[in-house]
Design a binder for this molecule. Structure first.
Ligand SMILES: C[S@@+](CC[C@H](N)C(=O)[O-])C[C@H]1O[C@@H](n2cnc3c(N)ncnc32)[C@H](O)[C@@H]1O
Length: 180
């Protein structure tokens, strides 16, 4: 891919035009790893971790959820409280319609660089697969200013989920799971 193509991955219009090609029923693309690939990771970090097991009813935040099947797979394993955010209006509508029967999963339009609507201490686990990657392009040794700005805004709002301050994080959030 060229730098211009890499740059486009950080813009909602690029993702909107991808998701507009969906047939409505099937995922357009599961990025990087399938649920089956990640099952051991989820076992270790969710299913067998005190405080975030299904019976603990944690609220899981999916950062840039796209049309991934991960939230639905987790729902079928007992995770009934999930918030999926994405900055593509097309995919938010698509997923809201596709999975209308799942009352416990909400798809919401939001930018992970500015999570203004999420209350402090409301999130137990934040999960990202492929979204932080989407805002990175150019040299890793000397990243463009736009990349530094986007990633630091993301880190401020998401790696400390729900805008929890560093001091509060340990007490308020069990985990930030990043995979790509
Ligand atoms: C590489 S895809 C990964 C989708 C999904 N997580 C998966 O694993 O299949 C990146 C997703 O992040 C979303 N995205 C990128 N930048 C974003 C931002 N700043 N805020 C919210 N969503 C963003 C895109 O719309 C896209 O759905």
């Amino acid at each position: 891919m060229t730098v211009e193509e890499d740059k486009a991955l950080g813009r909602p219009d690029y993702w909107d035009s991808r998701y507009a090609k969906s047939d409505g029923d099937d995922p357009t693309h599961e990025w990087f790893r399938s649920f089956a690939d990640l099952e051991p990771f989820f076992h270790k970090n969710l299913f067998e971790t005190q405080g975030v097991k299904a019976e603990d009813a944690p609220l899981i935040l999916h950062l840039g959820s796209g049309d991934s099947v991960i939230p639905v797979e987790l729902e079928s394993r007992g995770y009934k409280q999930q918030l999926c955010v994405d900055f593509s209006p097309t995919v938010v509508s698509l997923m809201t319609e596709r999975h209308a029967e799942f009352n416990g999963i909400q798809w919401k339009l939001a930018d992970v660089r500015n999570m203004v609507d999420i209350a402090d201490k409301s999130i137990n686990v934040a999960f990202d697969k492929g979204t932080l990657d989407a805002m990175i392009y150019g040299s890793p040794w000397s990243p463009p200013d736009e990349v530094k700005d986007n990633t630091s805004r993301y880190m401020k709002d998401c790696a400390y989920p729900a805008r929890i301050t560093v001091e509060k994080q340990a007490a308020a959030c069990q985990g930030y799971l990043l995979t790509s």
